[in-house]
Design a protein around this ligand. Structure first.
Ligand SMILES: C[S@@+](CC[C@H](N)C(=O)[O-])C[C@H]1O[C@@H](n2cnc3c(N)ncnc32)[C@H](O)[C@@H]1O
Ligand code: SF4
Length: 270
């Protein structure tokens, strides 16, 4: 198989939030640091150029800074998608050191964002967005477009203008993971999706040169993901349309983490 140049690398499926549309629901599993480094080494040797660290919530993996440093030393460009709740100083410093582009998920104003994540989250994420922005790191935002959520588009663009955030991506809800069971709640009808798309494209044109506005979707694009078990999968609109490419996982020690308390529960070694 030809290794993809851009890979979404799930470092964990543990999470400190509980979005009911989550496409990669928490299962409490952290692959070990050694195993993740080995996988990154293999991807680098096979020609990967961009590693997009994601999860679950990648900042919960204690090895995230070492993984980013290792990838950067292999000449790989690092990107990170985070809910922004937990950004320890070492993660912050490493983002700066490796020039990692960081995308924060922000779903709207305080009450709405907290309702989506099902915890108090808004103040922490905005605080962490500002901290990274103020140290000169490249920061952007991403939000999930859900049924009845067109007002979020304008709210988020105003937030970007107010907070000097240069880029925002809108990703329409897709029925994967928990989203399979919650699609009646979240999935825009095709006509609403069409209007949302037109709205985002119009605003993109109006804001050209000021904010980079992106529309991301799984219908026309597919994403190459390295899952926590090491499988390399082309992820599409639904799990049934996914394609398994290969597996670079070794069954080494897996550290199971309680996704609410972040306490280690036990280790498995194979
Ligand atoms: C799976 S999350 C992992 C990273 C991190 N925990 C976060 O939320 O940013 C990656 C991105 O997918 C988005 N997402 C989650 N569930 C989705 C769904 N059902 N449809 C579209 N995007 C979704 C999240 O909002 C986030 O921007
Ligand atoms: S914060 Fe990210 S990983 Fe966690 S539940 Fe929400 S979408 Fe899923």
């Amino acid at each position: 198989m030809r290794t993809p140049k851009v890979v979404c690398f799930r470092v964990t499926r543990a999470c400190n939030a509980a979005c009911s549309f989550c496409l990669a629901p928490p299962d409490g599993v952290h692959p070990s640091k050694a195993e993740l480094i080995r996988r990154l080494g293999q991807l680098a040797a096979d020609g990967a150029e961009v590693i997009h660290f994601c999860g679950g919530e990648p900042t919960l993996h204690p090895a995230l800074p070492d993984l980013m440093l290792f990838a950067a030393r292999q000449g790989i460009k690092c990107k990170l998608t985070t809910n922004g709740l937990f950004l320890p100083q070492r993660v912050h410093d490493t983002i700066g050191r490796v020039n990692c582009v960081t995308k924060f998920s922000l779903h709207g104003p305080s009450h709405h964002h907290n309702r989506i994540l099902r915890r108090l989250a808004y103040d922490s994420v905005v605080n962490n967005i500002r901290l990274l922005r103020d140290t000169g790191c490249t920061v952007s935002l991403q939000t999930v477009l859900i049924k009845g959520g067109s007002w979020v588009v304008e709210w988020l663009l105003e937030f970007c203008v107010r907070e000097a955030i240069p880029k925002v991506s809108f990703i329409p809800f897709i029925p994967r993971g928990y989203g399979r069971d919650t699609r009646n709640l979240f999935e825009p009808k095709p006509s609403e999706l069409f209007d949302l798309h037109r709205m985002v494209l119009n605003l993109r044109d109006q804001l050209a040169g000021q904010i980079d506005v992106r529309w991301l979707e799984f219908i026309s694009r597919s994403y190459i993901v390295v899952e926590t078990d090491g499988s390399i999968v082309i992820e599409r609109q639904s799990e049934s349309a996914d394609e398994n490419l290969s597996n670079i996982g070794h069954q080494t020690s897996l550290q199971l983490v309680d996704s609410n308390t972040h306490q280690k529960k036990y280790f498995i070694s194979a």
